[in-house]
Design a protein around this ligand. Structure first.
Ligand code: SAM
Length: 245
């Protein structure tokens, strides 16, 4: 019987944010493929899990994935974890999962924390429809084109960004998209957790006094359109939270 590939979410800061199922799977698998073995070791030590680790990161994934697939085919089970949060979400693992699916192997998600969803839920911006954009391109030309493409996007937008580039990104958004409402969520679940909310100019003023440090997720209100006024902003009633049922 081939082994199962488990895609296991780990905490984005606070080590208590891990599910019981994730701990059981990490305890039971034959091998853990980790983006950052040192960081994963800290988590495993905290929960007294002693398992062999192998590293799988952006630059070795293409070369290493076939070896991991072979071990799955030979019956060994494997847990994939990233440095923090949910693997594959702006993190390695896509090639491995793709290959496992192509080879007919069983791939099981073990869901848990992700900074994008955590930030969205506390942003105060409409969560009913949102777009995850990950990291915007670093090169100014490419980044500008991406922002232009997104200019008329009515859904709430979620970005990951380095704290060093947040100021510049906000300036570009302000110039292209106008003074939208945003939330800058930094260091979620950690000691210096902070969520700045307001219009871009309001948040820029707060950041001017105290530039952001640590890990930052940015949530931006979508473009207003006559067909879909901004939920919770132009509408009197907030969006129905049970809409999906
Ligand atoms: N896979 C991860 C997830 O599910 O959230 C994301 C990995 S991505 C390489 C790292 C980026 O996620 C950071 O640069 C930051 O934008 C965001 N991030 C991760 N942890 C965070 C935290 N505790 N607070 C705010 N943003 C965070």
């Amino acid at each position: 019987m081939p082994g199962t590939l488990y895609v296991v979410a780990t905490p984005i800061g606070n080590l208590e944010d891990i599910t019981q199922r994730a701990l059981r799977v990490l305890q039971e698998v034959d091998l853990i493929a980790a983006e950052d073995t040192r960081r994963t070791r800290v988590l495993l030590e905290r929960y007294r899990i002693d398992k062999p680790l192998t590293s799988l990161y952006d630059h070795n994934e293409a070369q290493k994935a076939p070896t991991l697939i072979r071990s799955l085919e030979e019956g060994g089970s494997l847990a994939l974890v990233s440095e923090a949060g949910t693997p594959l979400i702006s993190d390695p693992g896509y090639r491995l999962v793709q290959l496992a699916i192509a080879r007919g192997l069983t791939v099981v998600p073990i869901p848990g924390a992700s900074a994008a969803v955590a930030a969205l839920t506390v942003s105060g911006l409409p969560p009913d429809r949102f777009v995850f954009e990950g990291f915007p391109p670093k090169k100014p030309g490419k980044r500008r084109r991406r922002l232009e493409e997104l200019q008329d996007e009515p859904r709430t937008l979620v970005f990951y960004e380095s704290p060093r580039r947040v100021g510049e990104l906000l300036q570009e958004m302000q110039a292209l998209w106008g003074n939208r409402r945003i939330a800058v969520a930094r260091e979620l679940t950690k000691k210096f957790e902070e969520i700045l909310r307001g219009t871009i100019t309001e948040v820029q003023a707060q950041l001017a006094e105290r530039p952001p440090l640590g890990e930052v997720t940015l949530v931006v209100e979508g473009a207003a359109s006559p067909a879909r006024p901004r939920a919770g902003y132009d509408q009197v009633d907030p969006p129905d939270p049970h809409r999906c049922t």
